[in-house]
Write a new protein. Structure first.
Length: 172
């Protein structure tokens, strides 16, 4: 860690026990580093962080972006590349930095933290975080759409966002 910084490592429930034990040993030698295995509301950590290093899971990534924190995403690349794809796309937009898991080392992480503290992020210019507020209107519009019209529109697009039948509405 760069001088004058504090760090919190949140391991999560799936980190192997041996790795967690190693992190606890390292933290015991560094008074500015804490290791937490679980907290019920991780957004409290995010709100107080100057910058965040995380894997690239959907919820974690978008929570970080919602707080507009500089983020270094170290995506999982096996067994699926979904986190890597998401992280690279967000990097193209200038919203996160990405470090491939095979390239992680103390120097790369320290350098990223040093340059990222105090960085200004404007994720709200690219991402609309108000989907929940719009959901009632979207559902009302979908339900009000006649089934035949919805099928025709879906066939034209060949990939509709909504699938309607007379009894149910299912979002893709």
């Amino acid at each position: 860690m760069p001088p004058e910084t504090n760090g919190v490592v949140l391991t999560g429930p799936f980190m192997p026990q041996k790795v967690r034990q190693r992190l606890h040993r390292i933290a015991a030698e560094h008074p500015r580093l804490r290791v937490l295995e679980f907290i019920s509301e991780p957004t409290q950590l995010l709100s107080r962080a100057d910058c965040v290093i995380a894997m690239g899971g959907y919820n974690t990534t978008y929570e970080i972006l919602s707080f507009e924190k500089p983020a270094l995403i170290v995506p999982r690349v096996k067994p699926r590349r979904e986190q890597l794809i998401r992280a690279e796309r967000l990097q193209e937009l200038g919203l996160v930095d990405v470090l491939h898991p095979h390239e992680v080392n103390p120097y790369a992480v320290t350098e990223w933290i040093s340059k990222s503290i105090g960085a200004n992020l404007r994720s709200r210019e690219y991402i609309d975080f108000k989907g929940l507020e719009r959901l009632p209107q979207l559902l009302a519009a979908a339900v009000a759409t006649p089934v035949s019209s919805a099928r025709k529109a879906s066939q034209r697009r060949n990939q509709g966002c909504f699938r309607l039948n007379p009894c149910a509405l299912a979002m893709c």
